[in-house]
Design a protein around this ligand. Structure first.
Ligand SMILES: CC(C)(COP(=O)(O)OP(=O)(O)OC[C@H]1O[C@@H](n2cnc3c(N)ncnc32)[C@H](O)[C@@H]1OP(=O)(O)O)[C@@H](O)C(=O)NCCC(=O)NCCS
Length: 210
């Protein structure tokens, strides 16, 4: 069974590192830039565009989403990462859960297909992560949190107990969401924000200029 990382960007290097930490060596990375074909990313060969996956039988390959995201005030930036996952998942390709060996995941946490838990992250008891969720470096998802499909908990962010994060929401680096608060689908929480009240779907919070 081959394991292929889709899209050779900065996040793909983090994914490769997480895989290597568990002794799993991906066989290839894809990229649409033909100039990069034949080069290495984190020691793994970039072999061709995403479309090459379609030549492989779904029972012979597993995929890892190598796209990260950069949020802005107007967009969580997660749509491209989501489309990549949805496109191949709809065709039947499997996206295994990826977790760095240094991540801590409670025994009764529930982790959806293709979710990624990066180095130093902590997922506490009864937490639920949806499909294609990214819990980035050293983020904390406390007990009883629910994180919807495709959401991103950026590096160092903290979800206190019982937080609900909607589908495709972005919780910025170092942000803290207080216990029991809900962040709606597609909402954007700026890096470093403290979120003490519920956030409506699609809303933007934090990021106040000094
Ligand atoms: C808030 C955020 C979404 C705004 O992004 P943006 O729309 O591209 O805005 P800009 O970076 O152009 O910044 C616009 C202004 O807001 C300020 N600003 C940006 N982010 C801020 C933040 N988190 N807190 C306070 N001020 C912030 C900038 O200094 C700038 O101020 P100025 O107009 O006085 O110069 C973004 O900065 C952010 O916090 N993103 C999350 C980052 C993250 O989690 N990355 C993880 C990657 S793995």
């Amino acid at each position: 069974m081959s394991l292929i990382v889709l899209c050779a960007g900065g996040h793909a290097r983090v994914v490769i590192e997480a895989l290597l930490s568990r002794g799993q060596r991906p066989s290839a990375v894809t990229d649409h830039d033909s100039a990069r074909i034949g080069t290495l990313l984190g020691g793994i060969p970039i072999t061709g565009p995403d479309e090459d996956i379609l030549k492989m039988k779904i029972d012979q390959v597993q995929l890892a989403n190598g796209l990260g995201n950069r949020a802005s005030r107007s967009s969580s930036g997660l749509s491209v990462r989501r489309e990549l996952f949805d496109r191949f998942a709809a065709l039947g390709y499997a996206f295994p859960v990826i977790s760095h060996a240094s991540a801590v995941i409670a025994s009764d946490a529930s982790i959806g297909d293709g979710a990624q838990v990066m180095a130093g992250a902590i997922i506490q008891p009864a937490a639920r992560l949806g499909r294609n969720v990214l819990v980035n470096t050293r983020a904390v998802v406390e007990h009883d949190c629910q994180v919807g499909d495709h959401a991103h908990i950026a590096p160092g962010a903290v979800l206190c107990g019982g937080v609900l994060v909607g589908e495709g929401a972005h919780i910025g680096a170092g942000a803290v969401v207080l216990g029991g608060v809900s962040v709606g689908a597609g909402a954007i929480v700026a890096a470093g924000a403290i979120v003490a009240r519920n956030v409506e779907a699609g809303a933007f919070v934090g990021g106040d200029r000094e």
